[in-house]
Design a protein. Structure first.
Length: 94
């Protein structure tokens, strides 16, 4: 496989995933607007963004990470053990 073929396949997959998440975002936003008609467009966008981000995080952590790092590393560092919500943990992003 040439470099051009690899780049084309990579970009095709990236564009497909991006498009799927845009469609998901818009579907969720439409539903939130129906359920919360008083919300502003900005509020709908931000809440939808949080939901889609959570879905992506779940996919990355539970689907992608085990494939990339392997089960040995997952078990070694306890990455498969979710102890539940901890209110003492700061969830903000720096």
């Amino acid at each position: 496989m040439s470099d051009i073929d690899f780049i084309f396949l990579f970009l095709a997959n990236l564009i497909s995933a991006h498009t799927a998440f845009i469609v998901l975002h818009n579907d969720i936003a439409d539903e939130l607007k129906k359920v919360n008609p008083a919300w502003t467009e900005e509020k709908i966008f931000q809440e939808t963004r949080k939901i889609v981000s959570a879905i992506q995080s779940n996919i990355h952590y539970y689907e992608w990470l085990p494939i990339v790092v392997g089960s040995y590393t997952i078990n070694k560092y306890g990455l498969n053990a979710y102890g539940g919500y901890d209110s003492n943990t700061n969830p903000s992003v720096l």
